[in-house]
Structure formats: structure tokens, C-alpha cells
Unconditional design. Sequence first.
Length: 262
Amino acid sequence: MAAAQIDYAQAGELKIGQVGIANLRVRTLDVAQLAQEMRERVQRAPKLFERAAVIVDFGGLAQTPDAAIARALLDALRGAGVIPVALAYGSSDNEKLAVELGLPLLSKFRAQYETPGGAPTEPPTAPAARRDHAAADAPPAKAAAAAPAPHGGQPGMIQTAPVRSGQQIYADNRDLTVLTSVGAGAEVLADGSVHIYGALRGRALAGAQGNEKARIFCREFHAELVAVAGHYKVLEEIPKELRGKAVQIWLENEQLNIAALD
């Protein structure tokens, strides 16, 4: 009697990679205010934030909230139009809270910010984790070549083909140079600076691991969103006179600045 054949084909293929998820760092545990702020963000840029995945980060608080308050915040954020999907990795209390809430912890960079004794420190992905005061004092660069080098000194990554809608390009620990365009719905990220020699219609994020000296340069500016070290602006917040122009974006005194290139 012939043995029955077993089908080992997978019904679903799981891949782990970079994903563009917003991080909400809670600084004041005021549920109503946090919900209102998020509601306003969704109203200003619904294409970006409506039903967007959000990671809730309690690392900026002196004490981790209890489960009842955390659940109230999650419900309020859902009511504001976004979807909380995880907690940011932090203390052991935060880990217990995640278990109570039935949410995962975002621990992608866990090995980089744990001390040898196992006690967690502040994640490097938090916008305020690495504050370089020299960056705030530096004058705006005049050309893309003046952009600071990323951490580690690796050679930059060059993207020669257009980045199309739905694509994401990530330059790990280095600069990213896009020789053509970034389409609407596309996303480019770098731990260093981002240089775009064509039109930017999607999203560009520099300093993805907190490098506040990183900058963004583009030849034709129509971006859906730009961010440096977690500080962002959406198209609706950008002066109309800069749209379609060659611009640079940099961080100074924790404020994101956008200016036309000479």
C-alpha cells in the first residue's frame, strides 16, 4: 500500500524586515489630551495616520502606568483613528504590562541598548536618546556634499532605480543616495542622511536610529512626510512656497527645519 504524500508547502510565508510604524512616546499621561493630539494628527494627514499602526512608548514617564490606565489610553487612541499594535521595550514593569494588555514588545534594537548585566537602558530609537548639541549649533549646509557621515563610517548606499509606491529602501548605519525619484506611497530610510536627486513624493526618514546630525536633501520637494531622528513634518505643515523646490531638512533645538537650497 502506497504511503500518503505529505504536503510540506507553507500556507503563509513569514519574513522579518523594516517596517514603518509610528512611535508615540508618552511624556504626560493625560489620556484625553493624548487622544485629542492624535485625533488632530489624523485629521491633518489622514492618508498617513488614519488606521496607522502605532507603538506606545512609556519610557518617558517616571513610572509605568497600571493596566487600567494603559487600556484606557489604547481605547482612546483607537477612537482617535490609529491602531496601537505594541509597547516599546523598556523596564521589567513595562514587560509585565505588555503581558497584561496582550500586546507584544518592540524589541528590534534590544541587544544594542541592554547593559552587560541585563538591565535595559533607554532605546537608541527614541528621538531624545542621543542629543548632539554640536548639531544644533551648526549652520545649514549649502550643498548635499556637506551632509555629516553616519555612524560607523560605512560607505553610502546608492539606489539607482526609482523607488515606487509600496517599496521601502533602508540604508543600515550609512547614508542613502537615491539617483532618481521616490514615488507617492514609497519610503526611504537611513541611519545617516538621505540624498534624493529627483522628486520626493513619498516619505523620507533620516537618522532612523537617533542620529540628530543627519539631514535630508532633495531636488524636487513634494514629500508626504519627512523626519530626522523621529521629529517629523507632513505635507500639510510645510509652506507652499517650498513645494517643488530643492530643499534641505535638518534638526535644530529639537525642531525640524526645512529651507530652500541656494
